[in-house]
Design a protein around this ligand. Structure first.
Ligand SMILES: Cc1cc2nc3c(=O)[nH]c(=O)nc-3n(C[C@H](O)[C@H](O)[C@H](O)COP(=O)(O)OP(=O)(O)OC[C@H]3O[C@@H](n4cnc5c(N)ncnc54)[C@H](O)[C@@H]3O)c2cc1C
Length: 441
């Protein structure tokens, strides 16, 4: 690796690191991006299947994803996004329901008629009811229990939010849900890039290098040191890179392990719990029910939702098969996360077969099963996080942070990552050379 002094070293080649490096190199900064794995894309990475590539974790684009769509525009990929209308299902106990129209709600028998009406009316008004309230300091439970009543809270929201955020879900600020409702609805137009997420990652890679940026794969950063004058990054093999700025995109618990003692003292003190995820991909010989998203509530299955990806991509994307992701968000220290992939695949296959037995779905319909895990998906945001959110510029240093801990109150997504990357890269550009560096190149 050539190690002349760089303007910026970007740590992490997920969408945040790539979008930041792209913005910086477009503006003429000399940038080196270091990625520990042998692939770019982070949580958006993929694996080969026949002639195509499949994402390890389900991903889609929403029409309101302005930051991401703006980036795709600049990369010439915006017209490559296929938009489709998608629907939602719901598994409650052993039964499956469509969950899209007023009629679906009226037929949703786990609630009484009065509760169904209350659910419909409150849901229609929820975005409006949240305006002018300090939802960042309001517990999700306090807000929703009040509006929907005890039964709906216990029957629907406890399993839904409990599955996303674990035991601390009731304390997550109601602002998170409010923002999410602004991004998604049951019947929603969703987009998927025609060439898969790999096409976006490849375009960013090519554009960064065309603008003079350097990208190094399989290059884990081992340590970071620095002060208000300059920064130094040491790669795990021992190579050292001096730079004016470091822009780190790795989750904060991982960053703490990389920072040399003096730098570590300046890092944000807020300790955040993070949720990880287990995703099982079922390649099927038949579709399930045709809903993009189906929460799985009060069932014996270990997963808490199913995403039928083929609804968005079409079956040609998987050589004529249908792809369904089953997911469970969980702490990286949980027994499930530590469990053997083959054991998870076997158990969840049995659970999927039981859940959809009535279709009918049989073992012969399952062509292939793959298991992927990610330890850090997003923080479990604590109450009042707007005022506790760590700053992107670490005081007394030339280290900038752009992570999922910084996107709140936006929903964790490629869109919010691109928006954050743009603003943090903009900060690096605005203060370029501001440090007292006598040997600046
Ligand atoms: C199951 C699931 C479903 C999702 N669905 C959607 C969706 O539908 N739409 C959407 O927009 N978003 C979705 N997301 C969210 C989205 O994937 C993330 O918000 C986004 O990818 C975060 O990007 P990032 O670059 O900040 O982090 P990451 O993607 O985690 O990237 C961090 C990178 O840093 C690297 N790294 C770590 N340590 C080091 C080190 N020491 N040295 C060098 N490199 C290092 C990692 O290898 C990784 O590549 C989903 C995520 C999951 C898990």
């Amino acid at each position: 690796m050539h190690n002349s002094k760089r303007d910026v070293v970007v740590i992490g080649g997920g969408i945040t690191g790539l979008a930041a490096a792209h913005r910086l190199t477009e503006a003429g900064a000399s940038v080196t991006l270091l990625e520990s794995s042998d692939q770019l894309g982070g949580l958006g990475t993929f694996f080969p299947m026949g002639e195509r590539w499949v994402e390890r974790f389900y991903h889609c684009i929403m029409p309101s994803d302005d930051h991401l769509l703006g980036l795709l525009d600049r990369l010439g990929l915006r017209d490559e996004v296929d938009w489709r209308r998608t629907s939602m299902g719901m598994v409650f106990g052993e039964d499956r329901y469509p969950f899209n129209s007023a009629l679906d709600l009226l037929r949703f028998s786990p609630l009484t008629l009065l509760q169904r009406l209350r659910f419909g009316v409150v849901s229609l008004l929820l975005r409006h009811l949240g305006r002018h309230r300090d939802l960042d300091r309001t517990r999700t439970e306090d807000w929703l229990r009040d509006l929907y009543g005890d039964v709906i809270w216990e029957k629907l929201f406890v399993p839904m939010f409990g599955s996303k955020f674990g035991a601390a879900f009731a304390d997550v600020p109601a602002l998170y849900l409010w923002q999410r409702l602004g991004r998604e609805s049951n019947v929603a137009t969703r987009g998927y890039p025609a060439g898969g997420y790999k096409s976006i990652i490849d375009a960013l890679h090519a554009s960064i290098e065309a603008n003079g940026g350097r990208i190094h794969l399989s290059t884990p950063v081992g340590s970071i040191a620095g002060d208000e004058d300059s920064m130094r990054v040491t790669v795990a093999g021992g190579e050292v890179i001096d730079c004016d700025r470091v822009l780190s995109t790795v989750p904060l618990p991982q960053l703490r392990r990389l920072a040399e003692p003096e730098l570590a003292e300046r890092l944000p003190t807020t300790r955040l719990a993070y949720q990880g995820v287990v995703n099982v991909l079922f390649f099927l010989r038949r579709p399930l029910e045709g809903h993009y998203w189906t929460p799985v509530l009060h069932s014996a299955a270990e997963f808490d939702g199913v995403v039928e990806m083929t609804e968005l991509t079409g079956e040609a994307a998987y050589d004529g098969r249908y792809l369904a992701y089953a997911m469970r968000y969980t702490d990286r220290g949980s027994a499930l996360f530590a469990d053997d992939d083959a054991a998870i695949a076997e158990r969840w296959t049995g659970q999927l077969l039981r859940l959809y037995a009535g279709l009918p779905l049989t073992r012969e319909d399952i062509a292939e099963v793959r298991v992927f895990k990610a330890p850090f998906v997003e923080p479990v945001y604590p109450l009042g996080y707007l005022t506790r959110r760590p700053p992107v510029a670490v005081p007394g240093t030339r280290l900038l942070l752009a992570t999922t801990a910084h996107v709140y109150p936006d929903v964790t997504s490629w869109n919010s990552s691109v928006g954050l990357a743009d603003s943090v890269a903009g900060l690096a550009l605005a203060t370029r050379g501001a440090a007292r560096t006598p040997n600046e190149v």
